[in-house]
Design a protein around this ligand. Structure first.
Ligand SMILES: [Fe+2]
Length: 356
């Protein structure tokens, strides 16, 4: 067993000031909206690339990554500092891959065949939402020309330094606080119940579930302390899933979210109670969580949370459940699901999601 994690993890108010200690040329990759807090910490020798994404949905497109790669080839930094949400950090991670491997093709990247990283630069991630966990994880998601999402996972993609400074999430809109929080909750639950038995990762996920249940509502209302705790919990949940993985819920969320245009955190929030009901026969761990939270039934507790946030219980427009079930079963995440599910069971799960 091992526990993969960035070399350094900084969290806490003003923890982003560690950026000022970096030695060498720095390139900052950020979103269109520039986070001026970063600049307060940065001195000379900084080049900034503000992304204007081509992608219309949540994921960066190949062109977004290509332009980050071109910028890095010109700027030749020794440190890449990515400041943003999932799409900015994912673009920066893959732009870094292109910078270090100038002749690499997209086919190679999709096949997770990354020859080298860290020969030219090291990578710092500053997450500005509290959900995806890409600032700490080994994953990057990109959409190809046909809008098909590719999840690229490699331990090489784990940042060298991850920074979770709550100053960056104070201005997060309410809906982002809710959906990213529900995504983090799903990461924590799904990784805790997965069939990977990693006591370190599972302990972190377990605690993250508690912190999220205690803080998600007040964080949505903008309470600063809760915003901070949700930020740390999303980081913890990402440490959990990087090592204990995810299962049916995220496998289904990836297929359904893109096709039906439902935002990632929202689709996970809808699926989570159905995932719990579909898999609770395989593991005692949902009961551990319910006991820890002091609730009778975990699926019911998540239903209540969804109701509180006006998140629907079902996705009535789901179609072609057989094909969808097959696509979900082909997702590598299904290898880590708490139980091995048959095609029929996945279809039943989808029927429950549809509200049949
Ligand atoms: Fe997620």
């Amino acid at each position: 067993m091992n526990f993969l994690t960035p070399r350094d993890v900084y969290f806490g108010w003003n923890s982003a000031s560690v950026i000022s200690r970096l030695k060498g040329k720095i390139a900052v990759i950020t979103g269109k909206r520039v986070w001026k807090n970063v600049y307060e910490f940065l001195d000379i020798n900084v080049e900034v690339y503000a992304m204007e994404r081509k992608g219309t949905n949540g994921e960066p497109r190949q062109e977004d990554v290509d332009s980050v790669g071109e910028f890095l080839k010109e700027a030749k930094p020794e440190w890449i500092v990515a400041v943003g949400g999932g799409s900015v950090i994912d673009s920066a991670k893959l732009g870094w891959v292109k910078y270090e491997n100038p002749t690499i093709t997209w086919e190679q990247i999709y096949a997770r065949d990354i020859p080298v990283l860290r020969e030219k630069a090291r990578f710092v991630a500053v997450e500005t939402t509290s959900g995806t966990g890409t600032g700490i994880s080994a994953a990057a998601v990109v959409a190809d020309d046909k809008e098909i999402k590719h999840g690229i996972v490699s331990p090489l993609l784990i940042p060298d330094i991850s920074i979770y400074d709550p100053n960056f999430v104070l201005s997060m809109p309410k809906s982002v606080a809710i959906f990213s929080g529900m995504d983090a909750l799903t990461h924590a639950v799904e990784s805790y119940v997965s069939n990977v038995d990693n006591i370190v990762a599972d302990t972190i996920s377990f605690k993250a579930i508690q912190v999220i249940f205690e803080n998600i509502k007040s964080s949505a209302m903008g309470v600063e302390e809760s915003r901070g705790l949700m930020h740390y919990a999303s980081m913890m949940a990402a440490m959990g899933f990087t090592n204990s993985r995810l299962g049916l819920c995220h496998a289904a969320a990836h297929k359904i979210g893109g096709r039906y245009g439902i935002e990632h955190g929202k689709v996970n929030a809808i699926l989570l109670p159905h995932f719990i009901r579909a898999t609770e026969k395989y593991t005692e761990r949902f009961n551990d969580i319910a006991r820890m939270l002091g609730v009778e039934d975990l699926a019911h507790a998540v239903d209540e949370l969804n109701r509180y946030f006006d998140i629907p219980q079902h996705i009535p427009e789901l179609k072609s459940l057989e094909t969808l079930a097959e696509e979900i079963m082909a997702d590598p995440l299904m290898n880590y699901n708490p139980g091995k599910m048959s095609r029929e069971e996945v279809i039943e799960f989808l029927e429950a999601v549809r509200g049949d």
